[in-house]
Structure formats: structure tokens, C-alpha cells
Design a protein around this ligand. Sequence first.
Ligand code: ADP
Ligand code: MG
Length: 666
Amino acid sequence: MEPTLSSIRGIGPARLKALNEAGIFTVRDLAMFLPREYRDLSRTTPLGALQAGVPTAVRVRVTGEVREQRAKKLLITKVFVTDGSDVVAAVWYNQPWLKNQLVKGRELLLYGKAEWKKGVLHLVSPTIEQNDGLVPVYRAIPGVPAKAMRATVEAALDACDGSWPEDLPESIRRRYDLCERNFALRNAHFPTGQEALAAARKRLAFEELLLYQTALSLFRNTGREGVQFHFEDDALEEFWDRLPFAPTNAQRRVMREVADDLRSRRAMARMVQGDVGSGKTAIAFAAIALAHRCGYQAALMAPTEVLARQHYDGAKEILEPLGCRVGLLTGSLTPKQHRIAHEAIREGAWDAIIGTHALITEGVEYRNLGLVVTDEQHRFGVRQRTQLGEKGDAPNVLVMSATPIPRTLSLILYGDLDISIVDELPPGRKPVATRIVPESKREGLYGFLREEVRKGRQVYVVCPLVEESEAVEALPAEQVYEDLRTIHLPDLRVELVHGRMKPRDKDAVLEKFRAGEADVLVSTTVIEVGVNVPNATIMVIENAERFGLAQLHQLRGRVGRGAHESWCFLMAEPNERLRFLTSTNDGFRVAQKDMELRGPGELFGTRQSGAIAEGIGQMGSDAEMLKQTHDLARELLADPESEDARAVIALAQARFADRLDGIAVN
Ligand code: ADP
Ligand code: MG
């Protein structure tokens, strides 16, 4: 019997809540929360050979007394360390508890990056490591420090040691050379070596993808009859006439494909793919206008509150003049506003309902939902997409994605969807010049920023999201902000915005930036969507190596929207992956490359959707494995009564139970 999560050593109520919020509810979820990467501590570097910007393990001794210093909200802890060959300084930010560990004479295994600060090489926020060998690094979960996460996973594995049932049929394991489950789980987290790690990853990725493919096939629902719209050919022209701009040819073509679906008896299930800024919103609004014209309600679901509001404002402007009544439903409404919204939706007082997840919560009943649009599809799971579809009587479904996926792959990933591609940007867009900036060129970049600001431009600085205690390779936004404000750009107006701020404070900072009252905006990727400041022409991305190519491409899409030349600076040591980004502005090519380099699993959008276990995306789930599991799922479902098929179907149903509810196997 699997123990409950709260019975695991180290999981109290607070930690339980933090884990739940990250989508971890069972010991199995925790065991399948696989590391994002592994830190190799088996090889250490002499201090004399330290290089700025390269993550390194060093074995050192504390030579001096620890010093603490305060700068505004920042507590700086500093100590000198030596390995006999050289002496360097190590600094940490806002980690007061470290003081007790940094005792003079103590031996430490440190892992982190060195950086030049005022001409002196510093180890910046290195982690203090206990074990050598391969150490797992998990995606940061708010409220669970990296070390605690490691200990918690270890405790969970210990609690179930050797007792996970081997549920994958032996014939399949033998055919694809997959190792046993207990071995796989243990070694995926705490590998005994590279070989064991590779075998473990292969087994877990294969199983996860096989179950996902099987589940997808089970609920694939092609050819289903749906709501059929009746409208004349000039209906679309009328809509285009209302827009403040002329549609591109690509927008026209995609909209005709959508219109044909809407007029057919088969329910539409179409994905519109198009690069950032290709104008997918206008297509969504056109489809909503057609639904309204035919007497049906339409719902548009966005992944964030900011994006939903932005669409709501746009819809009011474009759709309301057509007599289409627009309403907003998000999680942040007051209970009273919720009641009013629910009633307006039920009674049909609203024709177009724009919102977030709140659109698919219980209690929302539509009067006659004929069209469902989900924006930024890659941020939702398949389950959420289909849930909204289930709200009506087989409504037409349109999903929009800025992550272009090669056609062969999308057939496998989204086999239930037809695909349209917006392969043209509106006229007048300027490509964003992209450059890689290694640590040694940092000072030079600041000179350039200063000049651009003097010309009246504005700058975004984006930092990856990390826990403070895990600030190894990545600089937390607060620290970057402090450094910019006090050391690098003290003469400019620098502001900070991050996910833990209250929405009101966040809005205030964004508004300041929008109004041109700040020159530099430091942020975490939390505010990835929703900001549109044409005067901001420079995007600086700290620790660019931490991001996927597709994500970097999305981020740089935030600049290049105005008349001025735009720049994107990737702060990282140059590598092939990042160099590719400097060579093209084509989102399709970027996505293709991302997939070649990182494996297609990344495209599942694992972080947001939870469709596939955490970490599988990075786990050797290459295109070959995707095809193998796809074919095997087909083969099994062709003979669903066979012993192997029954076993795998049962597993897939258990794994994706919430999604397969009520869908018969046939
Ligand atoms: P995305 O495909 O990333 O969702 P949006 O729909 O948000 O792109 O469009 C990006 C910007 O381009 C918006 O400001 C929109 O008004 C503008 N836009 C869209 N289509 C056109 C067009 N055909 N001509 C000019 N501007 C357009
Ligand atoms: Mg969009």
C-alpha cells in the first residue's frame, strides 16, 4: 500500500500545502517529480582555474572570519576560501543561516558560478553540498528549499523502497529493453552513475509517453457531430472591415479554414499556430463574431488574468459595436461579481465570455455555447482544453498556440486537432537583433544600455525564477535589481516586479514603466505575457542558458513592436543552442531546433499542464521514443482484449483518470 504524502518524514502541513500547489498530491506524484538536471560534483576545479560564468564544483577551506553587511533589503554574507592553490571570496545574499556553517577552518564542497564584481572574482551564492557524485536539481517550488526537496524525495523513496509494483508488462519491457521500476525511480533521483541514470530515464520516459499516447487515443473523438453555423460568405468581410487594420493574407486564409469548419456538420477541432505577434487574436475574434451572428455564445479562455483582461478590453472594442455583449469571468472577481457573471452566462445576457480557468469551474452553465477558444494552448493541459469543450453540446473548438510544432509531431501530440498556420507577420515589424553576452562583456553592455536610455528607449531585464537558497547558476531578480541600482546603472531609474508582489503593487510598477517613468524593468518570467510597451526596445535575459529556445523567442517577442531598432541580449557563455537564436527570428525554425536539441517532451508544456510527469521533457524523450510509444499504443489498442493491452489501458486510465472519465474503451 502506498503511504500518504503527509506520512513522509519532513512533510508537515506547510510543506504539504506547498507540494499540493505544485501539483504533487501523492507519493507517486513526488516520485515522478523528476529532476530537471543533475549537478556533477564528482569532478572539482582548482580555484586557480575558475572561470567567470561557468558552474563549477570546488573543494575549499574557510580561511577568514565571516562578514555580514547590509545594503537596503539585502543581507550580504561574505567569506574567503582557499584550496591551497588560490584564495577567492564567496558571497551569499539573504541567507543569514549560512553564517553558522562558515566557520574558519571548515572544509566545504561548494557548487556555483564565479563572477567579476568590481574587478575581483567572487563565487556568487554557491550551494554547500553534502554528497559528491550526481546530485539531482529539481524545478524550484515556492516554499520548499532545494535541499529540503531533495531530502523529501529521498524520504519518499525510502518509505516505498522496493515496493513499487512492476506494472509494465514484462513482454513490453523485454522488447524495448526497459529496466525495472524500483531501480528506475531510485536512479532517476539518486543515480549511482551515468549508465544507471540513462537506463532509469529511458524506462520512466517510455512508460509516461506510452500511457499518454494510449490515453490520447482512448479519448480521441474524431468526426463527432457538432454545432453547425449558417452564415453567408460576406459575413467575414464585414468583420474584417471593422478592424483597425487590414488582415494579412495568412490571417484571411486561416480564417477561411476556420469558417469552413464552422459551417460543416462536424464539430470543429482546430489549432491555429502562429509566431508571437502574428495576429491570432483577430482570428479568435472573427470566429466569435460568427458564433454571435448565428445566435451562439462563445467562450475565450486565456492562461493568465492579465491576458484575459487584455482580450476582454480588445473584445469590447471590436465585438461590442457588432452587438455582441462581452463579459469577463476570472478567479479574482468578488463572490457577488461571480454570481452576476454566472447568471449572465446562464441566461444568455452575455454572448462572448472571456476569462481564465474560472470558465471551466463547476457552477458555470452556458445557455448555448457554440464555440470555445483557448489561447496559448501550450500552457493548458489537454484535460482543461477538453473540459471547456464539454461545457456545451459538442461546441466548435479553436485552440491558439504561439509554439509552432512540426506537423508530423503535432499529429502525434494533438492527433485530435486539425492545424492551421499563420505564417506571416503584420507589415512593418522589424526583426530583433539578438546577441550573446558573456560575463566578460557585461560592463560593455551596460554602457550600451545607458546610451539607448539616453535616446529615450526602455529596457527589460528578465531573470529566471529560482529559490534564493538554490541561487546557484541563476541570479534571483532581487539581486540583479540591487546590483543594477547600486553598482551598474545607479544613474538610471530601475524598477523591480516579481510574482510574489501583490497584484496592486505589480500593476503600479508596470504602469510606471508603461508611462515611461522607469528606464529599466527587472522582472521574473512571471510577467511573460501581457506587457505591451512599444518604447521598450531592449530585452536583456539573465542566465539565458536556463531557458528553452522557444521561451527565449517568446520573451524577445516583447520588443520590436515600435518604430525603433530592437535588441535582445542573452547573458550567457556562448553555445550552439543560443547561437542559433541569434541567426533567426523565425519561430518555427526555433521550435524545430528546440525540439532537436531538447527532445519533444518539452513541447508538452509539462510545467503548466501537468499532462506529463515533471522532468520527462528533459529525459531523453526523443522523437524516436515518441514514435515508438505512439506506434505501440496503436498496436495495443488494435487488440484491446489482449493481456498486454488490458494492462496498459488500465494503467493509462489510472494515470489520466480525471481526463478519461466517462469515456468508454472500444
Ligand atoms: P499573437 O498572435 O501573438 O496573439 P496578437 O493577436 O496579439 O498576436 O497581435 C499582435 C499585434 O499585432 C496586436 O497589437 C494587433 O493589434 C496587431 N495586428 C494583428 N493583425 C494585424 C494586421 N493584419 N495588421 C497590423 N497589425 C496587426
Ligand atoms: Mg496572443
